[in-house]
Write a protein that binds this ligand. Structure first.
Ligand SMILES: [Zn+2]
Length: 490
């Protein structure tokens, strides 16, 4: 059997930006191709968007993207001598497929740069989530061209559809090199997968946890991966033993909301965390409050519902959809205005025409009867919407998204807190991580019992070494260096 080679292109000693190349003989596959958000932010200067003509050059130059030949879009490389010169010095990888573990941008967000000879493989629901989140995001230029590419550097401005392959859970991925089985797992977004590459005796966890509603899926993945030679494992929280279960979050919000009689309660949660949103909507009804959902989350739920997904979706039938004031005409709510982007206009028009469940609720309406509502917003920046609602002093605001973990996010947080104080809100944090804590990771490793472990997606990979030395995990630990090939015996 040909030798097995693993190369962690990115996502070493940092959280996010996973890009892993697995090759054997003449075949190679990429596992995830995420954007390294931290590195991107580290080099992002000013507010201007990078010109399309320079993006790939800047990203290769600053290490936001790895210097590898053969994986980038030919149309972007062909038009830029500087890019060609950088890539000429890089190593070549001939991958035919890139397989995605889930639709968080740090796992798929750089795919717009990938060569169209590389097929993107994902589950159907994962694709729907990526499409809906991309469409409703601020992503622009090449980063937005994951599924549809505009020809660059040619006369024609036609767009081309990138080849994708849809995989089914527990069934071999068709068209991919190697025998790869996708296994659904528990994470903070639906349609998240780990993989077992059967013929290479290798497993990859993607982002994984064991304390959410889908714990049993993680258990089943462990079962499938048991006894593999090599395990590529995420280690986001290898230095933390704090394990707050997903269901505790909902109790926490309930207890808190009950204290807020006569006042508004608002929860900030990731629009893609469909399970948590479903629980909060359910809770809101139990509390006798009308749930009002931010439009981005509503749009994602609409798209998933249309796709016929098996993911359990929130019932929006008597929910409100938060109507953002965007136009300078029609009293601020003129849907014909260009200030409503396509996806947003559609989300609202579908309610006005009665095609989709839920009614539109404006800031003024919430303001008038604050005690009747539980508002679900999608990010810290939406505190600006609260400034329009003008909650009564002491109203409740719960942040249920991950805590800031780099300098830039800390700066955002400080600004957010300024608004919270200006609005005189009572702020609480209630969050359960999407990632397994140290004790759960030890459990996962010892149940799978690989010969060797390759930690990624962590700022603290040494901790795996320490655990092995202390005899807490019983396997060899291979710490990857960025881009350096790891030769494995197969
Ligand atoms: Zn993730």
């Amino acid at each position: 059997m040909p030798s097995l080679e693993l190369r962690v292109l990115d996502g070493v000693n940092c959280i996010g930006g996973n890009k892993i190349a697995v090759s054997s003989g003449s075949e190679a596959v990429l596992l995830d191709f995420g954007i390294n958000m931290k590195r991107k932010r580290d080099y992002l200067i000013g507010y201007r968007a990078l010109a399309v003509a320079n993006t790939l050059y800047y990203y290769l130059y600053s290490g936001v993207l790895p210097r590898i030949r053969g994986i980038y879009r030919e149309d972007l490389v062909a038009v830029d001598e500087r890019v060609k010169a950088i890539l000429e010095k890089g190593e070549q990888i001939e991958a035919s497929t890139c397989i995605f573990s889930h639709s968080h941008r740090d796992h798929y967000g750089a795919s717009g740069f990938l060569s169209e000879d590389i097929t993107l493989a994902m589950s159907r629901s994962m694709k729907t989530i990526m499409e809906a989140m991309l469409e409703s995001s601020a992503a622009s230029g090449i980063e937005a061209e994951v599924f549809e590419m505009r020809s660059r550097g040619e006369e024609s401005r036609e767009s081309r559809i990138r080849p994708t392959a849809i995989f089914e859970e527990y069934s071999r991925i068709q068209g991919a090199p190697f025998h790869i089985t996708p296994c659904p797992i528990d994470h903070s977004i639906p349609a998240a997968f780990g993989f077992v590459i059967e013929d290479l005796s290798l497993a990859y966890t993607g982002d994984i946890r064991r304390h959410g509603a889908l714990k049993s899926l993680t258990d089943r993945f462990i079962e499938r991966a048991r006894g593999v030679d090599y395990l590529i494992i995420e280690g986001t929280r290898i230095d933390s033993s704090i394990m707050i279960r997903e269901d505790e979050i909902v109790w926490e919000i309930r207890r808190y909301a009950e204290e807020k009689e006569g006042k508004l309660v608002c929860v900030i949660v990731s629009p893609a965390d469909v399970d948590r949103i479903r629980s909060i909507i359910q809770l809101s009804r139990e509390l006798g409050r009308i749930p009002v959902l931010c439009p981005r989350a509503a749009y994602l739920i609409d798209r998933l519902a249309e796709s016929g997904t098996r993911i359990p979706l929130p019932d929006l039938s008597d929910a409100g959809i938060y109507f953002e004031r965007r136009s300078l005409t029609g009293g601020g709510y003129d849907l014909e205005s260009q200030h409503y982007r396509g996806w947003l206009r559609k989300t609202y028009a579908d309610r006005l025409d009665g095609r989709k469940p839920g009614v539109l609720v404006k800031a003024e309406e919430i303001s008038e009867k604050q005690e009747n509502y539980l508002l679900i917003l999608g990010g810290l920046d939406q505190v600006l919407e609260l400034a329009q609602v003008r909650p009564k002093p002491g109203s409740g605001l719960v942040v249920s998204t991950s805590e800031p973990h780099d300098e830039e996010q800390e700066i955002e947080w400080v600004k957010f807190e300024r608004w919270v104080n200006l609005l005189r809100l009572d702020l609480r944090i209630a969050h359960s991580s999407g990632h397994a804590d140290r004790e759960s990771l030890i459990g996962i490793i010892n149940e799978i019992r690989p010969r060797a472990l390759i930690p990624v997606h962590t700022e603290n990979s040494q901790e795996f070494h320490r655990l092995a030395e202390a005899g807490e995990i019983r396997c060899e630990v291979i710490l990857p260096s960025p881009m350096k090939p790891i030769k494995l015996a197969s």
